[in-house]
Design a protein around this ligand. Sequence first.
Ligand code: NAD
Length: 259
Amino acid sequence: MNKDNVLITGSTSGIGLATARVLAAQGFNLMLNGLESHAEGAALAEGLQREFGVRTSYCQADLSLVEQLETLIQKAETDLGPIGVLINNAGIQYTSSLADFPQKKWDAIIALNLSAAFHSMQRLMPAMKQAGWGRVINMASVHGLVASPNKAAYCAAKHGLVGLSKVAALEYAEHGVTVNCICPGWTDTPILNHQFNQYAKNHGVSFEQAKVGLIQTKAPYPELIPPEAIGRMIQFLISDSADAITGASIPIDGGWTAQ
Ligand code: NAD
């Protein structure tokens, strides 16, 4: 059984890194990934290994490219063994009106935020089925459930990821493999910096004031969500207590989608 081996994409920063720390503390072995150099990623992996006594490895791979995704998966299987838990977390954002949305940005967002999850699930889920146990957690967003202006590609990709996860959940439910999405709202990671900077510029306020202002445009809960909170939900979804949770899209969004 391979319950302890986790592949988590986009785990050098933000939600991915916080989740890696939460899971390492629980004894999971981790395959880390990101765009950062081998030296930077390996230092991160070795740090977790030293701190928590788990096995870790790192693979620099651009997951918008299918051949690099395959390299990551092969390295994960070589270094850790069969992968029981797949966390598709890597994602990017770009904001622009639909009329001006650059085609290259559209392609890049769909490739990473949606297609990479399709490819990794197609590659890893048959082995989970054979083992009779598996967990797939896809990092969607509130923008997998509702829309905002200027986020055409991101909303399309995240809504797509929610749909893809439901299909996979139905196909694998009888085989002990669950598939769920987490749908975070404003979470305290670098992915938001560009939007905070834009808001600060447009409203003539400081970066810190922009954080407060932007959060309030969408969510009743007035704080940024700590990325560890997402990691702890993932820890729960991996646990046996979540055996019957599949095909769900779980908001952690400060009430954003309750409105
Ligand atoms: P982040 O920018 O802090 O981290 C992104 C990670 O993805 C990094 O490790 C980076 O190296 C990696 N990455 C970027 N491009 C890549 C590529 N082409 N190939 C492989 N790895 C790549 O962002 P985050 O906020 O931690 O975002 C993680 C996920 O959470 C994303 O899917 C994002 O859409 C989602 N999300 C974030 C928020 C938020 O408010 N922060 C809200 C909802 C959903």
